[in-house]
Design a protein around this ligand. Sequence first.
Ligand SMILES: *Cc1c(COP(=O)(O)O)cnc(C)c1O
Length: 251
Amino acid sequence: MAETPPELVREIGLRLAVIQRKVALAAEKSCRSASEVMILAVSKRQPLEVIEAAYACGLRTFGENYAEEAAEKITQLAHLDDIRWEMVGHVQSRKSALVAQHFVRVHSLDSLKLARKLDAVRSNRAALPPLEVLLQLNVSGEASKGGFLACESGQWEALLPVAQEVRSLGNLRLTGLMTMPPLFEDPEFSRPYFRRLREARDYLNEQIPELGLKELSMGTSADYSVAVEEGATIIRIGTELLGPRNYTKEF
Ligand SMILES: *Cc1c(COP(=O)(O)O)cnc(C)c1O
């Protein structure tokens, strides 16, 4: 293994410290504890040395978007045996087996068809615990965004049978919700979307108490402080933590 460049480790360590401080401030502002917020390092389109440098800074959980790119990196980094991988991008049905094999959590569960598929392929992995999943909600109504439509509270009732069915699948474990709001210049504009995701989670828990949904995966480099103020338990940070994405290898 090539040695990880020390200046890269230092750079990521400094960025991580800044993010942790901002998370602590945002948590304090909303009377939460920063320990309730996990920083997921989104390493899509980042080369191995960046992931190794982030690992050297103490980061253990990485988010990827593309199943094949991720599978290759995961194989190459198998010597880092306490590293955990989470899928944050849309999963095509035919990539379900790859995802079920390599990941501990899928943030982007966007159809029942995918849930059934993931459940079936995870069942072939008897040594692994159930695959943790989050329902991806489209809280903006943008046609370009994936997820179950949930931009108005009138649409939330339709999520109840979805949550019930996912909960009934023995090889999946439903623990929360994820969203990706529209991209704004001003992070304040993301606030109503984050709030809506929190309200949707609270609604589902009220209607089906045994769901006990806890996780809210929301907020990226552009708007994670606002997301933490609105209750994020997982923030998904790419460029602000790992630097610009410049990895051009095609998968
Ligand atoms: C790329 C990506 C992120 C990270 O975005 P940054 O702006 O680099 O922080 C977070 N979530 C998802 C779903 C992504 O695809």
